[in-house]
Design a protein around this ligand. Structure first.
Ligand SMILES: [Zn+2]
Ligand SMILES: [Zn+2]
Length: 239
């Protein structure tokens, strides 16, 4: 009896997010061993915060940053009372721009991957918007990205990404494999930056389609030139 209750009380192993090399984000903490916060909002945008075990809080066996731990606690309390609340959006304009752009591109990109693939390939369509932290050694800025890929048994053949960098929050970058294929400021942001008034919705739609078309043409040109399996190396894909 006592043995059973001990077993029941044994703590579940804590699930932490991906390990991050950059160290803990908590100001003043020097701990180099850090993990991503596991929070993912209702649009599948992941939290960019990484912290050491001491500066993460565990809620229901999962490690979150302090801010999201409180949110997850509220959500799980609501769930226990029979109310399902979806995780509130992360307030990040880079992530939102990736999301809006990727939402429009999803169908045409998947349609292309189907066309470019064959019986031996499969399509990876990961709706999550992930943050890659700044690489200080290479002086590269952090970025948010949404990825599609064509893969076969040996790995990724073609990786297509839409990303927005922290230091250029108004620019959408299309990537093919490891290459930046096209960097564009979406027309509605351009207009906003130049102080022009918003247009009526019909023109807005045309403009958005033209923006999509520019990105898709850049992707088509890349694949026409190099094929869907170039460079035929394994590109790491974080899923
Ligand atoms: Zn820490
Ligand atoms: Zn978080």
């Amino acid at each position: 009896m006592s043995r059973r209750s001990t077993e029941q009380e044994a703590p579940q192993p804590v699930h932490y997010g991906e390990a991050e090399g950059g160290g803990c984000d908590q100001p003043g903490c020097d701990n180099k061993e850090a993990y991503r916060c596991l929070y993912r909002d209702r649009r599948a945008v992941d939290c960019s915060w990484a912290a050491c075990a001491e500066h993460l809080r565990v809620v229901e066996g999962r490690g979150y940053c302090l801010r999201h731990a409180s949110i997850v606690e509220v959500l799980s309390l609501a769930a226990s009372q029979g109310t399902q609340v979806s995780p509130p959006d992360l307030d990040n304009r880079c992530a939102s721009l990736v999301m809006w752009t990727a939402r429009d591109l999803d169908e045409p990109v998947v349609e292309r991957l189907v066309r470019w693939g064959d019986a031996d390939t499969s399509i990876i369509n990961d709706p999550s918007i992930r943050y890659t932290r700044p690489d200080r050694l290479r002086q590269a800025s952090g970025h948010w990205e949404r990825v599609w890929a064509l893969a076969n048994r040996t790995g990724i053949l073609l990786r297509v990404g839409i990303k927005v960098q922290d230091d250029r929050p108004e620019v959408v970058v299309l990537t093919g494999g490891p290459t930046d294929l096209l960097s564009l400021v979406p027309p509605w942001i351009e207009r906003h930056l130049s102080g022009q008034a918003a247009r009526v919705s019909q023109a807005d739609l045309v403009e958005r389609l033209a923006f999509q078309q520019q990105l898709l043409s850049a992707l088509d040109t890349y694949v026409e030139k190099y094929g869907a399996s170039y460079p035929n190396v394994l590109v790491p894909l974080r899923v």
